[in-house]
Design a protein around this ligand. Structure first.
Ligand code: SF4
Length: 574
């Protein structure tokens, strides 16, 4: 057994038994000739692998901030009432186990849950009662699941769309018959395509590094692990245009000479697996994958799908590679790029779903088409996942340069007050900034836009975000591990009414320390929104700061201390 098969093998056990039993750990350790502790270490890293038996139906309820505002607590109570189980507790019912989980890519249809990884959306207590009753009656879970099609809309007009045009199998690939690798790379370069995952690294440059690498084997990885809370646009591409993504990977392979590709699909999107697999088979049948693709001699490339297992940090490319190698998905210390030493130390090009899809459209439509759309430094369009206090949540394809105001109008935002761009690790903006533009020179949005009105508590938003980072930190570096805990404690101080201006300054110092000293993006950006919010919503925070002199010591909370003492006395008496 190859080490890179580890996640797949663990999934086989998880699906068969509902958990990973001891016997599985022993068997795998023996086959891989590693210690059982090492396998335990991998299992414990991923949220969706369980070491204790679960019920026949595992229910993962999304705890995103959108879900919180749309009635998460009510739905949680309904699940507990109907199943008789408690969230996070094992062995309570042979049929059910309940867990909360981070955003599941359904922010436009919250509250939402996955039951055995089938989606259930727009939940109400009544709907929960009906679902649980159906499952108790033996109705198949897949027959009652929702089909979570995200609405797709265009700004400013359909004529300028790139993604949601007609798709015909192999359209972009036809051009490979007449162009050599350098010519194809030139088109990508002329279109000034940049990575759409949020880093906006020039794609042609990355692919050129891959092309020039002297590695014996080369790989292409499609990062389909979009886990940034509030993001669901890659899911829409996988649902609607899986062929376009695969064509982008094939183009990248043509340029770089890679012979093998992987699509690393987040487990939360398991319900898209069948469609993705069927699309790969279609490509193979049409000689668009496999040997001598398009009858071009020695153009050999095939793609495998790897299912993730629930770890936000695996969205970071080196963590994803580690995961693909069958390890804990911990980001690597950066001493080389994946294009030099990636999967199994071979040259590897990693791009996200949207980047590959855009590359395919560029080869199909030509770089001139893309260059005419957008701004001076941001060419083409961008997909945004838009959710929150709006009448029309969904996917919007915008031309780079579209203002926040235009987007807010199109999605019919209800008195927007706090807009979060690019998820919790992005930036928040207030009403004075709604004239800002989505583009790499201004608001370089990776894909998530969450809109909140004045009725929403900024503190609740920040608490949800920091809790998310605390849960998802791999814990490897101290600034991230400790920093997120400290930020969380600052929020608790604000909630308890004992926060001083010094605490707010501390938050900003910590955000800076984390940015400068954390190994990966999770730690580097997890304090960003909190720190920005203090400046941008200073009226709000001024009201939260204690009126006590800044020099007074309010760290000691007398009421809390007394209540702790009373609890001790009570316990002693018992
Ligand atoms: Fe892990 Fe956080 Fe360090 Fe990233 S920054 S490697 S998530 S501890």
């Amino acid at each position: 057994m190859k080490r890179s098969r580890l996640l797949t093998r663990l999934w086989e056990f998880q699906n068969k038994y509902g958990y990973i039993p001891d016997v599985a750990i022993s068997e795998i350790a023996q086959k891989l000739r590693v210690s059982k502790i090492e396998i335990e270490g991998v299992v414990s890293f991923y949220h969706f692998f369980h070491r204790q038996p679960t019920g026949k139906y595992i229910i993962y309820l999304s705890s995103s901030i959108i879900s919180e505002f749309k009635g998460l607590n009510e739905i949680k109570t309904a699940f507990e009432k109907e199943t008789g189980c408690t969230f996070g507790v094992y062995n309570q019912h042979p049929l059910f186990s309940l867990f909360e989980t981070s955003c599941i890519g359904l922010s436009d249809q919250e509250p939402a849950a996955l039951i055995n990884f089938y989606p259930f959306t727009n939940l109400t207590p009544k709907k929960v009662a009906s679902i649980i009753q159906d499952l108790k009656n033996g109705i198949q879970v897949d027959s009652i699941a929702n089909k979570p099609a995200s609405k797709i809309q265009f700004i400013p007009s359909e004529e300028k769309t790139v993604f949601f045009r007609d798709y015909h199998l192999g359209n972009s690939l036809e051009n490979l018959k007449y162009l050599d690798a350098n010519e194809v790379l030139d088109i990508i370069s002329d279109a000034e395509l940049t990575g759409r995952g949020g880093a906006f690294f020039p794609t042609a440059q990355k692919w050129m590094y891959g092309k020039n690498a002297t590695s014996e084997l080369k790989y292409i990885i499609c990062n389909a692990d979009e886990g940034e809370p509030g993001t669901f646009k890659d899911k829409a591409l996988i649902q609607n245009l899986p062929g376009l993504i695969i064509e982008g990977m094939i183009i990248s392979a043509y340029i770089s000479g890679a012979q093998k590709g992987f699509i690393y699909l987040r487990a939360e999107y398991s319900y898209l697996l069948a469609k993705l697999k069927a699309t790969l088979v279609k490509f193979q049948k049409h000689n668009l994958l496999g040997k001598n693709i398009l009858k071009i001699p020695n153009f050999n490339f095939d793609i495998e799908i790897q299912l993730g297992a629930g770890a936000y940090v695996c969205g970071a490319e080196t963590a994803l590679i580690e995961s693909l190698e069958g390890k804990r998905g911990e980001p690597r210390i950066r001493n080389s790029f994946p294009t030099e030493r990636g999967f199994n130390n071979h040259a590897t090009i990693v791009n996200n779903v949207e980047t590959f899809a855009m590359a395919a459209r560029i080869i199909e439509l030509g770089s001139e088409y893309i260059s005419k759309i957008g701004t001076k430094n941001s060419k083409g369009t961008k997909l945004l996942s838009v959710a929150g206090d709006i009448a029309k949540p969904g996917i919007y394809e915008i031309e780079w340069g579209t203002t926040v105001e235009e987007l807010l109008n199109r999605c019919e935002a209800n008195a927007p007050y706090f807009v979060q761009i690019s998820g919790p690790s992005g930036e928040c903006i207030n009403a004075t900034e709604f004239n800002r533009k989505f583009c790499q020179e201004d608001l370089a949005c990776g894909g998530s836009v969450m809109i909140f009105n004045r009725s929403r508590s900024i503190l609740q938003i920040l608490e949800n975000f920091i809790q998310f980072f605390k849960n998802e930190s791999c814990g490897n570096c101290t600034p991230c591990r400790a920093g997120n805990q400290i930020l969380f404690e600052k929020i608790q101080k604000i909630k308890r009414g004992i926060c001083t201006t010094d605490d707010l300054k501390d938050v900003q110092k910590w955000a800076q320390i984390m940015k400068l000293t954390s190994r990966c993006g999770l730690g580097q950006f997890s304090g960003k929104t909190f720190s920005m919010a203090i400046d941008k919503f200073d009226d709000y925070f001024n009201l939260k700061v204690t009126t006590c002199s800044d020099n007074c010591n309010v760290e000691f909370d007398i009421e809390q201390a007394i209540s702790d003492y009373e609890q001790v006395v009570k316990n002693t008496q018992l």
